[in-house]
Design a protein around this ligand. Structure first.
Ligand SMILES: Cc1cc2nc3c(=O)[nH]c(=O)nc-3n(C[C@H](O)[C@H](O)[C@H](O)COP(=O)(O)OP(=O)(O)OC[C@H]3O[C@@H](n4cnc5c(N)ncnc54)[C@H](O)[C@@H]3O)c2cc1C
Length: 287
């Protein structure tokens, strides 16, 4: 049994290593530095567009199971490798175990209300969610890898307008359809600024109406966030949104409907107008 772990992100790499170690067998890793959790670590020179050339290289290692992180680039690598290995695939898994020539993978379904167990034929490629499991320390042998040039070139990069990323933000001010218009989003941005937080949004305001960029979407099909404080402005709290915020420490809902579903998940509910709330808070916090 040969298991390969890969992520560009150290936290994901640790989560993936912890899950992969439970499977037993020889553990190979690909990462720029994290050698202490695997038996052999391949250190590639990562350049723009490394995902596909790295998948080409990984396929030569003929792994039975591949466990990767969940960043966009990790997933591009994973699905490219799955194509080359003609393997089964599953994304965002939370637990792994081995059966007789198959892999069992658990993943959260129904917006966090259930868990599905998938049976994957080997070889199998899975992407994992971050978890708190700590991998055992191993004495990894390190091997350098020279990757061929990529067929994909990055022509330009435009910095995002947001300075605080949703992933790292301790405070998130999140807007929903209840903000009323794209122009009104600035009240939420003002509040986020005085709190040194980030702005996110529900699916309608990001992917559908374009009040915020799509990468600001929070929920089942967007970012899963875990801030200390999550302020939901004019968000009804459908299960698909709650799936992305349930790990927040404190949830404050601001909604003019005291019976909005989000009140069931909120630690505090302010019944009132979201824009008024922003104006008052900015005034108070700026004093
Ligand atoms: C497969 C699938 C995946 C999905 N993934 C996601 C996802 O990742 N993220 C996501 O968010 N959604 C997702 N959705 C959509 C989800 O089901 C809901 O439609 C969406 O979350 C609703 O967004 P909302 O709360 O902004 O809008 P609404 O449901 O329209 O709620 C607006 C809320 O604002 C309140 N309101 C109105 N005016 C004011 C005011 N002036 N002040 C205060 N409150 C006010 C209303 O009382 C209401 O509660 C997904 C749906 C599907 C089918």
């Amino acid at each position: 049994m040969r298991v390969l772990v890969m992520s560009e992100d150290p936290e994901f790499f640790r989560s993936a290593s912890a899950m992969a170690q439970k499977l037993g067998g020889e553990l190979l890793g690909i990462h720029p530095s994290e050698s202490k959790y695997v038996d052999v670590l391949y250190v590639p020179d990562l350049h723009d567009g490394w995902e596909v050339p790295l998948a080409d290289f990984a396929s030569t290692l003929t792994p039975d199971v591949v466990v990767t992180g969940g960043t966009r680039r990790d997933k591009t690598f994973a699905f490219s490798l799955a194509g080359k290995l003609r393997s089964s695939v599953a994304s965002d898994v939370t637990e792994l175990s081995l059966g007789d020539s198959f892999l069992l993978a658990k993943r959260v379904v129904y917006s966090g209300m259930g868990i599905a167990t998938l049976k994957l034929k080997l070889p199998a490629v899975v992407t994992v969610q971050k978890n708190v499991m700590e991998p055992d320390i191993r004495k990894g042998e390190v091997k350098k890898v020279q990757l061929p040039e990529s067929n994909v070139k990055v022509l330009s990069r435009t910095p995002a307008q947001q300075s605080v990323s949703l992933d790292k933000a301790k405070i998130i001010v999140s807007v929903g359809r209840g903000m009323g218009s794209k122009e009104n989003v600035k009240y939420a941005e003002d509040l986020a600024k005085v709190l040194n937080g980030a702005v996110g949004g529900s699916r309608p305001v990001t992917a559908e109406m374009g009040w915020l960029p799509e990468d600001r979407q929070i929920g089942l099909s967007g970012n899963k966030v875990r801030p200390q404080l999550y302020i939901a402005l004019g968000i009804s709290g459908q299960p698909q949104h709650i799936a992305g915020i349930r790990d927040s420490r404190v949830i404050v809902a601001v909604n003019k409907d005291k019976n909005a579903p989000i009140t069931e998940n909120a630690d505090y509910t302010v019944v009132g107008d979201a824009i008024e709330f922003c104006k008052v808070m900015v005034r108070r916090l700026s004093k």
